[in-house]
Design a protein around this ligand. Structure first.
Ligand SMILES: NC(=O)C1=CN([C@@H]2O[C@H](COP(=O)(O)OP(=O)(O)OC[C@H]3O[C@@H](n4cnc5c(N)ncnc54)[C@H](O)[C@@H]3O)[C@@H](O)[C@H]2O)[C@@H](O)CC1
Ligand SMILES: Nc1ncnc2c1ncn2[C@@H]1O[C@H](COP(=O)(O)OP(=O)(O)O)[C@@H](O)[C@H]1O
Ligand SMILES: [Mg+2]
Length: 287
């Protein structure tokens, strides 16, 4: 079990700021768990500081999941989803973050669309777009937009999201990976084509993961991956490195959870709780 690359080193004199200040944006009334899984995964993947921007009425729920999370309330509508005014506050607050992950539980409401457009303009900031942020990209037909230099951006679609984005049927895995590869080259981004196994594409590079199991086919595991990759980007890794190490670590955590709970019985929470002890592997400590 060898990771594709080493974990960022930890100098004895290090402080929180050395391991990145990251922001996760998402959630909605009824799906507060998704973005919380992403945020807690970022903590367990080594981030120094983790903030979560959520619709105002979800704030207390999300904050109650973990005392180490900082929370930012954004304007919401009667359904508990981001409204378009949410980007006024967000524009003020996104400056200091080393990496931003967006999409889990966000829905494709008007506010979500505005947030994704705002993030696409933040070319100097490292970003991960997942779940409903990808569904927003599909809605704005980003895949066929003129080629752009999107900056350090990682997309993490599952088969269904990739089908919405590219029109290529999720049943045709090979064609989906090829479509992701050309889309990644077109916009200069990294794309994690999730599944069993997950394939990461970036320009003409292609890497297939060798960890993970079907026990991970359970709600919330993709949300965990979003937080892990966002965290590694925030620790200074390139999109190509953060995507590969994040996918590998996430799959290895899935394997540890399956060993403990069984593939049928495991949940995304079990995978999340297997992340931290796994990092000990990288510190050459016996676990
Ligand atoms: N606890 C929570 O709050 C959770 C919230 N979630 C959020 O729920 C929202 C919807 O995400 P989902 O992935 O559940 O919903 P989707 O409708 O995108 O996909 C549902 C399932 O169907 C599969 N699928 C969809 N289209 C397919 C196709 N054309 N061919 C093959 N398979 C296809 C997907 O792989 C997925 O497993 C996202 O924002 C997500 O983050 C989920 O992550 C689950 C957990
Ligand atoms: N059969 C499988 N083998 C390995 N990994 C899997 C398998 N099925 C799902 N996964 C992984 O589980 C995660 C599911 O992501 P996703 O569908 O976005 O979940 P959610 O949105 O519910 O959090 C992905 O990382 C995917 O690679
Ligand atoms: Mg998902």
């Amino acid at each position: 079990m060898t990771p594709p690359l080493p974990f960022p080193p930890r100098d004895s004199g290090a402080h929180k700021g050395d391991f990145g200040r990251v922001l996760l944006i998402g959630g909605s009334r009824g799906m507060a768990g998704s973005i919380s899984l992403s945020a807690i995964a970022a903590l367990h993947s080594g981030s120094g500081l983790v903030s979560v921007a959520v619709p105002d009425r979800c704030l207390e729920t999300v904050a109650s999941f973990h005392p180490c999370l900082m929370t930012i309330p954004l304007k919401d509508d009667a359904r508990g989803q981001f409204c378009s005014a949410a980007i006024c506050e967000l524009t003020e607050r996104i400056g200091p973050f080393d990496a931003i992950g967006c999409g889990p539980g966000m829905t494709v409401c008007e506010g979500a669309m505005e947030i994704v457009k705002l993030l696409l303009r933040q070319r100097n900031c490292k970003r991960v777009l997942d779940a409903d942020a990808i569904n927003c990209l599909a809605k704005m037909q980003w895949a066929t937009a003129p080629a752009s230099d999107a900056g350090p951006l990682v997309l993490t679609p599952h088969g269904g999201e990739l089908q919405r984005l590219t029109g290529v049927n999720a049943k045709d895995r090979e064609a989906q990976v090829d479509a992701a590869q050309s889309l990644a080259a077109h916009h200069g981004v990294t794309i994690v084509v999730k599944g069993g196994p997950t394939v990461v594409v970036d320009g003409d590079r292609r890497w297939t993961n060798d960890t993970g199991n079907p026990g991970m086919a359970t709600g919330g595991t993709g949300d965990v991956l979003t937080g892990t990759i966002t965290s590694l980007l925030g620790q200074g890794m390139t999109p190509w490195d953060a995507a590969r190490l994040g996918v590998w670590l996430h799959g290895a955590a899935g394997d540890a959870a399956a060993k403990r709970q069984g593939q049928t019985g495991m949940t995304a929470l079990d995978l999340l709780q297997s992340l931290a002890p796994l990092t000990a592997v990288f510190e050459n400590r016996a676990i």
